[in-house]
Design a protein around this ligand. Sequence first.
Ligand SMILES: Cc1cc2nc3c(=O)[nH]c(=O)nc-3n(C[C@H](O)[C@H](O)[C@H](O)COP(=O)(O)OP(=O)(O)OC[C@H]3O[C@@H](n4cnc5c(N)ncnc54)[C@H](O)[C@@H]3O)c2cc1C
Ligand code: FES
Length: 332
Amino acid sequence: MFLNDPEAVKVFFLRSAYEAHRPLNRLAGGVNLRFLSQKGRVGMPRIREARWLAPGVRWFVVEAPRVAAKHKPGHFVIVRATSDGERVPLTIADSDRAAGTITLVIQQVGATTRTLCALDVGQEILDVSGPLGKETEIEKYGHVVLVGGGVGTAVIHPQAGALKKMGNRVSAVIGGRSKDYVIMEEELTRLCDAVYPCTDDGSYGYHGFVTGKLQDLIDDVADPVHAVITAGPVPMMKAVAEVTRPRSIHTVASLNPIMVDGTGMCGGCRVMVGGKMRFACVDGPEFDAHQVDFDELRDRLTAYREQEKAALERLRAGESSHPCRIGLGVAG
Ligand SMILES: Cc1cc2nc3c(=O)[nH]c(=O)nc-3n(C[C@H](O)[C@H](O)[C@H](O)COP(=O)(O)OP(=O)(O)OC[C@H]3O[C@@H](n4cnc5c(N)ncnc54)[C@H](O)[C@@H]3O)c2cc1C
Ligand code: FES
């Protein structure tokens, strides 16, 4: 994790200190963070590839050699799109050490993810800090089922290869509301023994929720399920935990609380697991799904809805008063 890298830690804390004292820095002429970045040799991460995977879901391959060098399944990064914007946590969906790149799959849900999804090849992301979080415990379980909902499919992608390498039989159950929203089927097919796409409207694959398909797999006594790893919307992860609980199948959920610093300092990402408070950024983000208080997580995720709505409205107002002309060949 990036805390083992003194140079990355130095740059991270210089940035955090700058953020904390931003008004003062502005008055005093400011510290040029990009200059700090260059001195620390952590350049602005440039986008090498970008494409839409599904409506509102964008795939990026980003230059981040230091992060790529240390990435393990389960890790995430904290990304900023603009110097006055929020820090958003995003899972590292894949990495290529030789190329020095990481893959991010981003669903636009609010102001920051919308700003990020508007970026294109050749443009730069302000900064990417990581890898953060604990890596997934990869063991030889036997038959492991990965359950991904929506953009959660990108979260379970790195685990597929690692579990397979460990000698597991790996199945993936991936869901979307319709065919267009099922993502990364091809990538998972390359890594898994079986992939089961599911759609709410029956337009592709299994007709129904991922939990229905998971229940079918669990009920198949000829091919028992030994472990489940899930990522996606909170109600889906909660439902997955309820499907596996009666058979006591080891189940891990990758939690997605709101995060700020990502290093255990702010307490923003606290979750209740087995009656104890844990920080998802340093203790997780993966936890025993049967121990997680999903209702509390859901409530915390919606606590800032008004502020998030206001931020999105400000962004939209800015967009309409300054329409984007990138790609239209219009100068000025
Ligand atoms: C460890 C971790 C890994 C993640 N990986 C990914 C990823 O790979 N791809 C991806 O698209 N998203 C991922 N997320 C979720 C992502 O961080 C949020 O969607 C993002 O912070 C929203 O920021 P925003 O400013 O665009 O929206 P906001 O304005 O902050 O929020 C808009 C809406 O999104 C909801 N929301 C806010 N934060 C989260 C959150 N953390 N999880 C779910 N819903 C949220 C809000 O309740 C609100 O309804 C991850 C979250 C965590 C904690
Ligand atoms: S994000 Fe601040 S403690 Fe986890």
